[in-house]
Ligand binder design. Structure first.
Ligand SMILES: [Zn+2]
Length: 301
């Protein structure tokens, strides 16, 4: 396997980087990866991940299509309720901050959010790397879902009012390349909305190496509010609002508890509740954080 080794911090280029802890790929391969931290800017990243071309096998086994439309069973009922709740929450946030209705959902998966926004009157399209997910979403909803190359080849500059990335930025190789392109595609008043896990959250601290949202090596970058601000500012953006995602602490804590002890719906749920209250008081302590981002100054790197 070919790996990608970082000799300097992928965010600030400092060479003061060192291993912080080892984390297992609990969900798919059980392989162990190292998280490295930069002493200069505090950025945490997955060291030696597979190169992009060989990352596919780490995504095998994620059956998000097959269970997403199975209506049977309590777990599935809860899953659908949770999904509908989150779609409505995302819509309200986007609709409040957006200055127009041209929307791109980058990493849209099977397109539920894109479809929801189309039904709310948005001119929304998705981009998705997975061929099957693209086809599924396009067939089910009749929406446009393009492959990633479209970001650079098809969409014209200054053509979007909102770009959303729901749990996507942490998966992107060379995130700064994408951010530069998002900046070109957005209008001057455009908004970038990014949701990522927060490794400084209460549940991350509680579970340590078992914290499910490390999700190595699929998650290449492990953001805190401070490092997110730094990455955005280095790419000509600025963070203007932060919000928590109310369901994430429960999901992440229950998964983490499972990785740690093999079960523990109740204890995971209780930890999730603690994290939920903590993030309700301060979004930046949340298990995941939603960042509302505007164009800022493009400072010389
Ligand atoms: Zn750094």
């Amino acid at each position: 396997m070919s790996i990608l080794h970082y000799d300097v911090c992928p965010l600030c280029k400092s060479s003061a980087i060192a291993e912080e802890r080892k984390v297992k790929d609990h969900s798919i391969t059980k392989e162990v990866f190292a998280l490295w931290r930069c002493a200069a800017c505090d950025f945490l990243f997955t060291q030696d991940p597979p190169v992009a071309e060989e990352a596919g096998r780490y995504y095998k086994g994620e059956e998000y299509i097959s269970h997403s439309d199975n209506q049977e069973g309590l777990v599935n009922k809860l899953y659908h309720k949770a999904r509908d709740f989150m779609l409505a929450q995302k819509y309200r946030l986007v609709n409040r901050v957006a200055n127009g209705k041209r929307l791109l959902d980058y990493g849209t998966g099977t397109g539920y959010f894109t479809d929801f926004m189309v039904r709310k009157g948005y001119s929304a399209e998705g981009i998705e790397i997975d061929t099957e997910a693209r086809k599924y979403g396009a067939d089910k909803f009749g929406i446009t879902i393009r492959p990633p190359g479209a970001l650079f080849n098809v969409l014209p500059a200054d053509s979007l009012d909102v770009i959303t990335l729901w749990h996507v930025l942490e998966h992107l190789y060379e995130p700064q390349t994408y951010l530069a392109r998002f900046r070109e595609l957005l209008s001057d008043q455009g908004k970038l909305i990014v949701a990522v896990p927060n490794h400084k959250s209460k549940d991350a601290k509680a579970y340590g190496a078992y914290w499910a949202a490390y999700d190595v090596p699929r998650h290449l970058w492990h953001f805190s509010p401070a490092t997110m601000r730094r990455m955005m500012e280095s790419s000509g953006f600025r963070v203007v609002e932060t919000h928590h995602m109310p369901l994430d602490p429960f999901y992440v804590s229950i998964m983490s508890q499972k990785y740690k002890t093999g079960g523990g719906l109740v204890s995971g749920g209780l930890k999730g509740l603690g994290s939920f209250f903590s993030s309700s008081a301060d979004a930046e302590r949340g298990s995941s954080v939603i960042y509302v981002i505007e164009k800022g100054d493009l400072s010389p790197a």
